[in-house]
Design a protein. Structure first.
Length: 115
């Protein structure tokens, strides 16, 4: 009986710990264009993938935690799929994602809103 209670307690603890392990940027997001995207773990980073619109199914970013934000690459399909050095920062339900060239002199950003 004691083993059974211990096993049940361990199972409950594992289920409760699952959501706590999710990163704050994981989930569904709305783009400024009105299209939607999802952010999910992929390897040691997080992949940003369109879930609606003309680029549905395409990954447009790969960001890994860095400091108090995220860093990696972003892809601009309006520029023929060109990749840029990217970064992201989360504040409440808004994720600001930017892509930069020339060492950060020229950047383009957009704010995603959590759905």
């Amino acid at each position: 009986m004691t083993k059974r209670i211990a096993a049940m307690a361990a199972a409950v603890a594992c289920m409760a710990a699952g959501p706590a392990l999710a990163d704050p940027i994981e989930g569904s997001w709305k783009m400024p264009s009105g299209h939607s995207a999802t952010i999910a773990a992929c390897g040691d980073a997080f992949c940003l993938t369109y879930t609606s619109g003309p680029n549905k199914g395409k990954t447009f970013g790969r960001l890994a935690p860095e400091g108090r934000g995220y860093a990696g690459t972003v892809t601009d399909y309006t520029k023929g799929g060109k990749q840029y050095k990217g970064k992201g920062s989360l504040e409440g339900n808004t994720l600001s994602v930017s892509g930069c060239v020339l060492g950060g002199l020229i950047c383009r950003s957009q704010a995603l809103t959590r759905l």
